[in-house]
Every structure is written in C-alpha cells, then in structure tokens.
Design a protein around this ligand. Structure first.
Ligand code: HEC
Ligand code: HEC
Length: 305
C-alpha cells in the first residue's frame, strides 16, 4: 500500500470538496488515485452541476430526457435492453457519484482510443458498448433522438471539464490487483450482499441481478475483476460507508463473477491487437495467436488462423 503524497491529498480535497458526492472513504484505504491520474487531471475539478443550470430551452429538454433514459432505460427503450439493469445500476446517483462509475467529465474524454476494439471511439460508440454488453441489448441508432438526449445529459455533466476530461472520482478507482478467493467471497456475499441482491444474485426489489440471465453479459466491463472489485469496494453495500477491505472486495467480486451470465457474441474479436487486460474472462483470437508460442510449448507448430 502506498502512502498518499501531499499532492494526492490536495487533489483529493479538491476532488471531494465540491458537489454532493461523499468520498465514501476515498481518502483512506488503498491509494484511490495514481500519480499519473493526478498529473492528468491538471485543473479540472469534480463538480456536479446543479439542476438550476439546465437551460430552459430545447437543449434543457434534451438533457432532462437523457437523464430520464438513464433511469428508465428498459421501459423507454425496450428493444435495446436485454436484461433487468438500467444505466444507473452502475453509473450511480444519475452518473454523478464519485467512484461510482461517474459520468462527470465524460463528454470531454472522447474521442478516445480504446484497445478493446483497436479504434478511436466516439462517445456514441461507448454508449452503444454499454447497450450491447452492460445492458445485454442492442445498439441505439447513432443519429436518433435517444442517443442525442443521452449525450446531451453527458455533456451537461461535463460542464467546465476540459479535454482530456480526467477528473478524480470519475472512472473506476485504481486498486492494486489482488488474487480473489471466491470461497471467502461467498461468506462475505451472504453477510453483506444477499439482503439486497438476493441469495442467488437474482436481484430483489432493492437491487438488480448480479449474475444469471438478467445480468450484464460476459463482454461487459463489470465482468472483469479489476472493474468489479473497486466498484464494490467504494459503493457496496449501497446504503453504508465503505465497509469492505480491498481483499474482501476482490474476494466477493471473484465470487460474483464465478457464476454464469449471458454470453456476448463476437467477444473473441475483442482486443484485435492482442493486448487484452489480464482479467478478461474469455480467450480472444488475437491474444491466442500472440501467446501461443510461449503458453503452449508442447505444440511444435502453433496453428495460425
Ligand atoms: C453493468 C454495469 C453497467 C451498466 C448497466 C452500464 N454501464 Fe456504462 N460503463 C460501465 C463500465 C464498467 C464502464 C467503464 C468505466 C471505465 O472505463 O472507467 C462504463 C463506461 C461507460 C461510458 C464511458 C465512461 C467514461 O468515462 O469513459 C459511458 C458513456 C457509459 N458507460 C454509458 C452507459 C449508458 C448510456 C448505459 C445505459 C444504456 C450504461 N452505461 C450502462 C458499466 C455499466
Ligand atoms: C442496501 C442494498 C444493497 C446492498 C446490501 C448491496 N447492494 Fe449492490 N446495489 C444496490 C443498488 C441499489 C444498486 C444499483 C441498482 C439500481 O439502482 O438499479 C446496486 C448495484 C450493484 C452492482 C451493479 C449493478 C448490478 O446489478 O450488477 C453490483 C455489481 C453490486 N451492486 C454488487 C454488490 C455486492 C457484491 C454487494 C455486497 C458486498 C452489494 N452489491 C450489496 C444495493 C445494494
């Protein structure tokens, strides 16, 4: 564990001194931020724009409708949602909770190169990734009203944040990866998660499914240990201050992710340049080709497809 430098502390103060978001223990525990991130935030402050800043015109109407779509995703867009989740199931507090997959500043983070598809992505691409994977659904038409409204709201959440849009508290927190013990995670799950997510992770009236047919699919970011663990560490249980240690967060995330969930067709084409992160739960074509000579020494002539 790394001690926070005075620069970190200052940056955290700046990051959490504004807006309605509680840091939920952000300044204690493991380093929430890396020096590189601190450096890249240069000047942008975590700020949740007030409702009064929504203009009273057509743009304002679009912002409000976009925000509503984030909440009533399935009811509003039934053809595009294939599970029981909604955008705010993960982008907590309407996308404004620090360390809760916050969308503050997101409009300024695009265009962005993403190794997952090896392309420069526009924000529309990123929204549709969540539709296809996190929502286990189908893409929204890029030029339709729904996409426009969603992005209007995201642009509103990004007011005052200059490109490249890095703000402390947005994105997933950086945690030192730990080895997960799903058996220990099962005990934590029973004690800490069942009351809202149900004994079989199936969801209740209080919270949504964590695995099974109505959850996010295997291609989703949340299906990766290094995304799920910090999300859980800093946000769950949803009604309390941080209670889990880093190790417990990895253990319970490991337990959650050890269960079946919907497949994602075409997942093997992810990371076309053969650079998947180590916690991706499925083989990709490019990495199989790249890794074969080293990881399969007993195969004399690795077949290339
Ligand atoms: C199962 C959880 C989950 C759900 C549900 C979900 N997302 Fe996401 N979303 C993520 C994760 C994980 C990331 C990656 C965050 C990162 O890389 O820091 C992400 C990233 C994003 C980003 C880019 C954020 C950034 O800072 O670069 C956008 C935009 C986004 N989601 C929009 C949506 C929309 C719109 C919906 C609903 C249609 C949605 N998401 C539903 C988990 C989810
Ligand atoms: C007090 C109730 C409560 C408890 C306890 C709780 N959660 Fe949650 N959880 C929520 C709510 C509420 C959401 C957001 C759901 C929504 O608004 O659609 C959520 C969302 C999530 C999500 C993202 C959405 C999804 O359904 O996949 C994950 C992952 C998650 N919780 C994991 C956990 C884990 C692991 C634990 C135990 C350490 C836990 N939660 C404990 C209420 C709770």
């Amino acid at each position: 564990m790394r001690r926070l430098t005075s620069l970190d502390s200052l940056a955290l103060l700046i990051a959490f001194g504004f807006g309605a978001c509680e840091p939920r223990g952000g300044s204690s525990g493991s380093a929430v931020v890396r020096d590189s991130l601190v450096a890249r935030t240069s000047g942008s402050v975590y700020r949740v724009p007030a409702d009064s800043e929504i203009p009273k015109d057509a743009v304002g109407a679009s912002i409000r409708r976009g925000r509503a779509l984030l909440v009533d995703t399935k009811d509003s867009l039934p053809d595009h949602v294939g599970n029981h989740l909604r955008c705010v199931s993960c982008h907590l507090d309407l996308g404004t909770r620090a360390n809760g997959l916050s969308l503050i500043g997101v409009y300024s983070r695009f265009p962005q190169y993403r190794s997952r598809n090896g392309l420069v992505n526009l924000i529309e691409d990123r929204v549709n990734d969540c539709f296809e994977r996190s929502m286990n659904g189908t893409v929204l038409p890029r030029d339709g009203r729904d996409m426009r409204d969603l992005i209007s709201y995201m642009a509103f959440l990004s007011r005052g944040v200059a490109p490249p849009g890095m703000v402390l508290g947005a994105n997933v927190s950086n945690m030192t990866p730990l080895r997960a013990d799903p058996a220990r995670g099962q005990t934590i799950f029973a004690e800490t998660c069942v009351r809202c997510h149900g004994p079989n992770g199936e969801g209740t009236v209080l919270a949504k499914p964590l695995w099974g047919p109505h959850s996010f699919n295997i291609g989703a970011g949340m299906a990766r240990l290094r995304t799920a663990a910090p999300f859980i560490r800093y946000n769950m249980p949803n009604d309390r201050a941080v209670v889990l240690t880093d190790q417990q967060a990895f253990d319970v995330a490991g337990f959650v992710l050890s269960h079946p969930r919907p497949d994602f067709k075409g997942k093997e084409n992810d990371w076309p340049n053969g650079d998947p992160p180590p916690d991706v739960a499925y083989p990709t074509r490019a990495s199989v080709i790249k890794a074969k000579p080293a990881s399969a020494p007993r195969t004399p002539t690795p077949s290339r497809r």
